[in-house]
Design a protein around this ligand. Structure first.
Ligand code: ADP
Ligand code: ZN
Length: 205
């Protein structure tokens, strides 16, 4: 242990130095806050810089085409749907330099270690996801990813009720299920004052 700290000469460390250092970026916010737009913007810039980019999303979210991530404003980027963090790891090509992950909140907790391993390998990993569920509760594994990320961006929407800064995703239908995929018409962006964190209350309130 002391040897490793003092001499810093393991094969793994040498390899990391050669590849350059990786890091983790996390983009969080409510629905409609522009997370996907921001993720797609960063991925497109990496591609302009001729970096090898791979993009993933959890298979659960097939609101739009399964083979792409999409923003509510119509921006898209090709992506591979994967069921688990393990499957994501198995899909990484050797020459990949940047990895994008959308809808990170729908991954299993293993994604935290997977993302960390990828960054340790010298890869820039960008994860976008909801930081809170429809009740306003932290949405794992995003809190854990926020803890280990080098860079964090919080995006905000506009409250549809009053125009203030929105930090919450209001569910506009009744369900106690944490995962209920859907966008416009099923959820709306709300500020702290207008958010009603109970699934069973009518949203007209
Ligand atoms: P997220 O990934 O955070 O759900 P997207 O990137 O998919 O967000 O969509 C952001 C876009 O959603 C905005 O640029 C805007 O065109 C649209 N939009 C719809 N409703 C709202 C709202 N209430 N506040 C802000 N943007 C909204
Ligand atoms: Zn409001």
């Amino acid at each position: 242990m002391i040897d490793e700290l003092t001499f810093d000469n393991t094969d793994e460390r040498r390899r990391r130095r050669q590849n350059g250092t990786g890091w983790i970026e996390v983009i969080v916010g409510s629905m409609f806050s522009g997370k996907s737009e921001e993720l797609i913007r960063r991925l497109n810039r990496a591609k302009i810089a001729r970096q090898k980019v791979q993009v993933f999303k959890p298979h659960i979210d097939d609101r739009y085409s399964v083979e792409e991530i999409a923003s509510h404003s119509g921006m898209t980027h090709i992506s591979k749907p994967v069921m688990t963090a393990d499957e994501l790891l198995s899909q990484i090509d050797d020459d990949t330099e940047v990895i994008g992950i959308d809808e990170g909140q729908f991954f299993d907790m293993e994604v935290v270690e997977a993302v960390n391993d990828l960054a340790n390998r010298g890869i820039r990993v960008i994860v976008a996801g909801l930081d809170q569920d429809y009740m306003g509760k932290p949405f794992e594994p995003m809190p854990q990813l926020l803890s280990i990320a080098e860079f964090i961006t919080k995006t905000h929407a506009i409250c549809v009720k009053c125009g203030n800064t929105a930090n919450y995703s209001q569910r506009t239908f009744e369900s106690d299920e944490r995962v209920e995929v859907g966008a416009a018409g099923r959820y709306e962006a709300r500020c702290r004052a207008c958010f009603i964190p109970h699934a069973d209350k009518p949203t007209a309130l």
